[in-house]
Design a protein around this ligand. Sequence first.
Ligand code: FAD
Length: 414
Amino acid sequence: MFDIVIIGGGASGLACAVAACEAALRAERSAPKIIILESSDKVGRSILRSGNGRCNFSNADVMPDAYNDPAAVEAVLSCLQAQAAQMPLRAEAPNPVVAFFERLGLIWRRESEGRLYPLANKASVVLDVLRSYLLRFGVEVQCGMRAQKVVLPQAVGGHVTVHAEDGRLVRGRTVVIAAGGAAGAFGLEEVIPHEPPQPTLGPLATDDCFTRPLDNIRVRCVVRLLRNGALCAEERGEVQFRAYGVSGIAIFNLSRLARPGDVLQLDLAPDVPRHSMEVRRLMLREALAKPPSNFELLQGIVLPLVADQILKRCVLEGALEATDESARQIEDALHAFCLPVKGIGDEGLCQVHRGGFALQAFQADSMQAREHPELFVIGEALDVDARCGGFNLHWAFATGMLAGWRAEQAVHAG
Ligand SMILES: Cc1cc2nc3c(=O)[nH]c(=O)nc-3n(C[C@H](O)[C@H](O)[C@H](O)COP(=O)(O)OP(=O)(O)OC[C@H]3O[C@@H](n4cnc5c(N)ncnc54)[C@H](O)[C@@H]3O)c2cc1C
C-alpha cells in the first residue's frame, strides 16, 4: 500500500513526486510512500526529447492566452503563484515553476520570446535534478508497467487500485494520473468527463501539388489561417515545406486552430512592400536592357524552386516576358500563396494532444477531483494544450507541483 501512486513518469509525474517530498520536508514530516508507474523502460523520456533535446521548460511570460482554456488555466496558475509565495523565491525567478527548479539546483537562461532553457542547453540536466531528488527521498519507480484501469474506492477512506496491463495490482491512498495526452481515461470516463485525445501542435497536410516539389525547403514568412475567407489567426516565422504540406513552429501553432477546409495563406515575402512589383519590372528592364521574364521578377526574392511554384500557381510557367498583368498576378501569389488545409500532416510529429479529462472537474488549487478526493489528474492528461514556447511543459510542471503539495497534505491528514 502506497500513500501516492503516480501513473506516468514524465514531466508532470516527476514534478508531482518531487513536490510531495518537498511538502513533507517543509512540514518536517517523513516523506510519503510514493510509487511512480512508468510504461516505458525509463522515466523522463518526454523531457529528454523536448525542445530539440534542449528542453524549453517554461516561459518568462506565461500568458493564459497561450492555452486553449485561458480562464481556467489562469485560475490554476494564480493558485500556484499564491501557494508558491510561501516557498523561497529569488526575485529573478519569473514564475513558480522556475523557482521550483532553482530549488533543485537548476540554472537556466532566457532565449527569444521568453523561452527558458537549462543553462547547460541539455534536456538531460532538467531530468537529472528531478531524478536525483527522487532518489534521495526514496521514491519507488516501477518502469515497464503500463497502468490500464483505475478503480476508485466505494467509500471515503478506502484505497485506490491501479490495474496494470500485465495483471499486477498496485494499491494506494491517492492516485495521480500523469500519463500524458494520449493515455486515455483508465476506465474513469463514467465518473469524470473525458474527451478522446487528438494529436495537435504538429505539421499540417495541405493540397500537396504545390508543396511536393518544395519538400524540405524553408522560407521565412507570415502565415494567415483563413476560415470562409475570414482571418482566424496569424503567425510569423519559418515554414518548412513538406511533400504532404507544411511544417515549422508557425504551422504547429496554427494547427491547434486549423480545421479541414480552412486555408493557409502564406506571405512568402512579408518584408517586400506591396505594389512594388511594377516598379521592380521597370527597374529590371532598365538594368537588363530588355524586359525581364516572369521568373526574373521573382529572382532575388525567393528561391528558384519557390518561384517555379508561384508561376505554376499563376499559370505563367510558359509565358516568358513579364507584363503589367503578370507582374500583378505574381505579386498577389507571392503575398498570398494559398494552401487548403486537409488536417494534421504527420501525427508522429505532433507535440501534444488535445482532449483528456475536463479541467472543470478538478479543484484549481490542487488538481484534486472535486467529487473524488483520492484522485488527482495533471499535465497533458487534462484537456489543456498550448502553443509552442515552453507553455506545455510549464503546465505539466505547474499542475504536478500543485497536486504533489496537496496529495502529501491529504495523505498526512488521513
Ligand atoms: C518532440 C516533442 C518536443 C516537445 N518540446 C516541448 C518543449 O520544448 N516545451 C514544452 O513546453 N513542451 C514541449 N513538448 C510537449 C511536452 O513534452 C508535453 O506537454 C509534456 O511532456 C506533458 O507532460 P505530461 O507529464 O503530461 O506527459 P508526459 O511528459 O508525456 O509523461 C507521460 C508519461 O506517462 C507514461 N505513460 C503513458 N501511459 C501510461 C500508462 N498507461 N501507464 C504508465 N505510464 C504511462 C509515458 O511513457 C510518459 O513517460 C514537446 C513534445 C514533443 C513530442
